[in-house]
Write a new protein. Structure first.
Length: 200
C-alpha cells in the first residue's frame, strides 16, 4: 500500500485531536476564569430564582412563618364552630374585645369596634371574645357585630389567659404580641387613639 495513503488518515486524526484540544483548552480556561470570578463575587440572594420564577429572598421572606408570641399561643373556637389558632394572626397587631351578650356597655361599644375594624382592617385583626353566657347567646350577640371575628369562650379560658376579670375589656397587642393597652370595664376612651398610634 502506498505510504502516503496510510499517512493521510493519520494526519487527519492528529489535526482533529489538536484542534479539539485547542478549543477545549480555551473553553477550559474560560470556564476556570468564569468559575473563579463567580466565586470571588459577593453572593446576592436575588441572583437565586425559585422554580416559580420568584427570587429566593422573596420566598424566604414571605414564606417564613412569623414567630408566635406567648400571648397568641392559644386555640379557640369561633361562634360558627370553626377552629381558630391564635398563631394565625401572629406578626400583626391584634385587638381583643372581651364582651358578654347581656352587657349593655358591650352593646354600646359595637359601633366603635366596627368602625375600628373597618378603618384598620388591612393592618389590624379585631377579635371579639364572647363569654359569661351560653354558646347560643354569644352567637346571637356576635351576629349583630360585623367585620369582627368572634370567639366563643363559654368556659372563660381566654378571659383568664389575658387576665380579664370584667366585661367589657380591651387588650391591644402590637405586631410582636406585646400588650400596648389593657382597659377594664367600659374603658374604650383611649382605644381609638391607641389603635391609630399603633397602625395609623
Amino acid at each position: 500500500m502506498d505510504p502516503r495513503r496510510r499517512l493521510a488518515p493519520l494526519l487527519l486524526v492528529v489535526a482533529l485531536v489538536l484542534s479539539a484540544c485547542g478549543t477545549g483548552g480555551q473553553d477550559g480556561a474560560a470556564g476556570t476564569e468564569s468559575t473563579s470570578s463567580a466565586s470571588t463575587r459577593p453572593h446576592d440572594a436575588s441572583d437565586e430564582v425559585t422554580q416559580s420564577g420568584s427570587p429566593a429572598s422573596e420566598k424566604a421572606t414571605s414564606g417564613a412563618p412569623a414567630a408566635v408570641p406567648e400571648t397568641l399561643d392559644f386555640e379557640a373556637t369561633t361562634v360558627s364552630g370553626e377552629a381558630f389558632d391564635g398563631a394565625s394572626v401572629a406578626g400583626r397587631p391584634v385587638l381583643l374585645w372581651f364582651w358578654a351578650p347581656w352587657c349593655p356597655t358591650c352593646r354600646g361599644q359595637v359601633p366603635q369596634v366596627q368602625e375600628i375594624a373597618t378603618t384598620y382592617g388591612d393592618d389590624l385583626t379585631v377579635l371579639g371574645v364572647g363569654s359569661l353566657d351560653s354558646a347560643e347567646a354569644i352567637a346571637g350577640f356576635a351576629a349583630d357585630v360585623e367585620e369582627v371575628t368572634h370567639l366563643e369562650d363559654v368556659d372563660g379560658a381566654l378571659y383568664r389567659r389575658f387576665g380579664v376579670t370584667e366585661q367589657s375589656s380591651f387588650v391591644l397587642l402590637d405586631d410582636a404580641g406585646d400588650v400596648v393597652l389593657q382597659s377594664g370595664y367600659g374603658g374604650s376612651d383611649e382605644l381609638d387613639a391607641e389603635v391609630a398610634a399603633l397602625v395609623g
